[in-house]
Design a protein around this ligand. Structure first.
Ligand code: HEC
Ligand code: HEC
Length: 358
């Protein structure tokens, strides 16, 4: 009965936090009972990763997934022949690229930091501005983006894919299509591959009831993360990625992050505003997921903050008007480390790519 009440209150608190009105819970001292209470409290805000992120009625067939993987690592489709998804979403950097700002075709600098590609099918939308509805749409548009792949038309991409020897692979993956090599199937296959890239973490075991899956400091950090109000925005299955929120609630973000204006945005990056042109969206950014955040520095949309402890302090100040103690910061960091997941077994294994037809 006690537990039930607790979880109900916590659930209400999750709603109230978003409205900035959450009452603080007293910090729990960690006994076995408290572990159970924390598991219940966490389950009201977060969810374990599902086993699959497949679209309904669209099975992730091995042929589609392996084609998607080949295309993910394929660089010959880009206009300078040097860049593919895996360049910027690199196995060596947990599906991100470790740069503050990403470098695209012909060495052009992109105005934003690359997200990790892991768990992204579970987000409400893709990109900081949410201008791509799904991972499939993201892949569809990336290949003709002037900064990323630099191709000018879909037909150009389809011709390249055929010349590179991809026809048999597309035919095998999409046997019922009159025109197997198409941009639609490029995006579906890459999407199918991305839908396999989930990274279960110790935190998932904890949510499922294994109190020992988190260290004592990680548990203190989880409790502090919730009580401070972080979970008002970073919640759900991906600990973020489920809503758009203003970045810089207490003051302009660049005063704290040291961000600089960007030519691409004719000033400071205003997030979703650049996609919708709606003033109400100025400085609204998709809340990033925090899964794997400890291993994907640097931080924020422009990589302006180098370390995780500093990113945590910046968040508390800019989003909640709070100064955290060093102890709180180190506990929260320890919790965030429990979100570092297991990379799918063969992610780092570069697949054999087709040989170009002559
Ligand atoms: C030149 C580097 C580069 C290449 C190539 C590239 N990306 Fe990205 N990717 C980025 C950057 C930068 C962002 C962040 C863009 C933004 O938010 O505006 C991003 C964002 C994403 C996201 C959104 C994740 C989220 O949390 O919202 C996904 C998914 C993604 N890329 C997948 C891919 C796939 C699949 C490919 C290949 C078809 C690809 N990317 C090619 C740099 C790149
Ligand atoms: C009001 C909503 C809100 C609250 C509360 C909030 N965040 Fe954030 N958080 C965001 C948004 C939006 C961003 C993206 C900012 C950007 O890069 O433009 C973000 C980014 C981050 C990042 C960087 C992620 C990355 O990959 O670059 C971390 C780490 C983070 N938050 C942790 C926290 C912690 C810890 C707290 C509590 C002290 C917190 N956040 C509170 C909305 C929020």
């Amino acid at each position: 009965m006690m537990k039930k009440t607790h979880s109900l209150i916590t659930g209400l608190c999750a709603v109230a936090v978003a409205a900035g009105a959450c009452v603080l819970f007293p910090t729990l001292a960690m006994s076995d009972n408290d572990d159970q209470a924390l598991i219940t409290k966490a389950n009201a805000l977060f969810k374990p990763l599902p086993d699959s992120a497949a679209l309904e009625n669209t099975p992730l067939t091995p042929l589609r997934v392996s084609l998607g993987k080949a295309l993910f690592f394929e660089t010959r489709v880009s206009s300078d022949g040097r860049l593919g998804c895996a360049t910027c979403h690199n196995p060596a950097y947990y599906g991100a690229d470790s740069l503050a700002l990403t470098v695209g075709v012909h060495g052009k600098q992109l105005p934003r930091n690359a997200h990790t590609v892991f768990n992204t099918p579970l987000l409400i939308a893709q990109h900081y501005g949410g201008n791509r509805a799904s991972v499939e749409e993201q892949a569809y548009k990336a290949v003709i983006s002037p900064l990323a792949y630099g191709n000018s038309t879909n037909e150009q991409v389809e011709t390249k894919l055929s010349q590179l020897g991809y026809l048999p692979l597309f035919k095998a993956a999409y046997p019922d299509d009159a025109k197997p090599v198409s941009i639609e199937n490029w995006s579906k296959a890459i999407g199918a591959y991305e839908r396999t890239l989930l990274t279960p973490a110790p935190f998932d075991k904890f949510l499922k009831g294994d109190a020992q899956a988190l260290s004592k400091t990680a548990k203190l950090g989880l409790d502090t993360f919730i009580n401070t109000g972080c979970a008002g925005c970073h919640n759900g299955v991906t600990v973020g990625g489920q809503s758009y929120q203003k970045f810089g609630i207490t003051q302009d973000y660049w005063l704290v992050t040291g961000s600089t204006p960007k030519d691409a945005f004719k000033g400071y990056d205003k997030g979703r505003f650049h996609d919708t042109k709606n003033e109400a969206d100025a400085f609204m950014f998709k809340v990033p997921q925090l899964r794997n955040v400890a291993v994907t520095p640097p931080y924020f949309h422009d990589g302006s903050v180098a370390t995780l402890p500093q990113a945590v302090r910046v968040m508390a100040q800019l989003q909640l008007g709070k100064q955290l103690s060093d102890e709180d910061v180190s506990h929260i960091v320890s919790f965030l480390e429990s979100l570092t997941g297991e990379i799918p077994a063969d992610f780092a294994k570069v697949p054999a790519l087709p040989v170009a037809a002559h």
